[in-house]
Design a protein around this ligand. Structure first.
Ligand code: PEP
Ligand code: MN
Length: 338
């Protein structure tokens, strides 16, 4: 449910509404737009007596939200969410941010080389997994905390932000300590306990779409994080399972405008995992920007042939730099920077 305040509502009236919502056992979320002040109510609204709110001074309208997700819904927030990643990086604004780097942190040398290369080409955020969700228990599982330390060193050296995946509640405190953005991978999109914990941290979350998740299920996963109090959620389309076998997954670019229509949250696209073949990553990055993506997540490896994870979908640094040139031109045509 959202409450639209009258244009001339006073501060006391806004506070009065918030107090009333809290007294009823709900969380209130205040959003001041240029035109309207909106108060969103977080919780099961069937327990709220709508009439009691409509008569409060300063209230113009009480609107029930019909989607099962509320805080993630566009009606809940008048303006688009801009996720601030430390200082200087804003996701969801005019600038399209590119998060790039290897699938996994393999060694200090590999990661620092990748960081230097992607930073020189214009990436602002470095990716790299320290805890890796692998299909086979015999595959490389990541360097764990050592990988996080290497990422932190790369951040210092190259002035990049870092995004890295969390797999487990037990390692969330340490991942959140090092990361600028905590990534929740596709396989954990419906790990509800982990989602609840992510709602309590003070770091942005990159929420990947589940392997077979509908858009609604994906937004419900975001709802878990938002309703816990963490509004810094970036959605990431990374391909879904389909009958097609030529590609690793089917990249659902239609999700970008749809999610932007349904939600105020920023959306980034990961064509590397969506397609699984490096040759097709650049065209889909171009398409993602054209579709309105707020950022990209791209796997880049100094030497893809030697990668311990996802080499087939990783760009060489040269191909990445060439792609960034094209993306800059496309972003400019659409009134965005890169
Ligand atoms: C990754 O980004 O390396 C990753 C494992 O992604 P996903 O969860 O989308 O498979
Ligand atoms: Mn990967």
């Amino acid at each position: 449910m959202i409450i639209v305040m009258a244009d001339n509502a006073t501060e006391q009236e806004v506070e009065g509404v918030i107090k009333k919502i809290e007294a009823e056992g709900f969380k209130a979320h205040l959003s001041r737009g240029v035109e309207k002040t909106i108060i969103g109510i977080i919780g099961d609204e069937r327990r709220l007596r709508e009439a009691a709110l409509e008569v409060l001074p300063g209230v113009e309208q009480v609107i029930p939200i019909l989607h099962p997700y509320k805080a993630a819904s566009r009606s809940f927030r008048a303006e688009r969410t801009i996720v601030r990643v430390g200082d200087g990086v804003e996701i969801g604004g005019a600038r399209v941010h590119v998060m790039a780097g290897p699938c996994a942190v393999e060694s200090r040398e590999q990661l620092l080389t990748a960081a230097e290369q992607v930073s020189a080409a214009g990436a602002t955020i470095l990716r790299g997994g320290a805890f890796k969700p692998r299909t086979s228990p015999y595959s490389f599982q990541g360097l764990g905390e050592e990988g996080l330390k290497i990422l932190a060193e790369a951040r210092e050296r190259f002035g990049l932000k870092i995004v890295t995946e969390v797999m487990d509640i037990r390692t969330l405190p340490i991942v959140a300590e090092y990361a600028d953005i905590v990534q929740l991978g596709t396989r954990n999109m419906q790990n509800f306990d982990l989602l609840k914990e992510l709602g309590r941290i003070n770091k942005p979350v990159l929420l990947k779409r589940g392997l077979s998740a509908t858009i609604e299920e994906w937004l419900m996963a975001a709802e878990y994080i938002l309703s816990g109090g963490n509004f810094d959620v970036i959605l990431c389309e990374r391909g879904i399972r389909s009958f097609e076998t030529y590609t690793r997954n089917t990249l659902d670019l239609s999700a970008v405008p749809i999610v932007k229509h349904l939600s105020h949250l920023p959306v980034v696209v990961d064509p590397s995992h969506g397609i699984g073949r490096w040759k097709f990553v650049a065209p889909m990055c171009r398409a993602a920007i054209a579709a309105g993506a707020d950022g990209l997540l791209v796997e880049v490896h100094p030497n893809p042939a030697e990668a311990l994870c996802d080499g087939a979908q990783s760009l060489t640094p040269e191909n990445f730099a060439a792609m960034m040139e094209d993306l800059r031109r496309i972003a400019a045509v659409l009134g965005r920077q890169l």
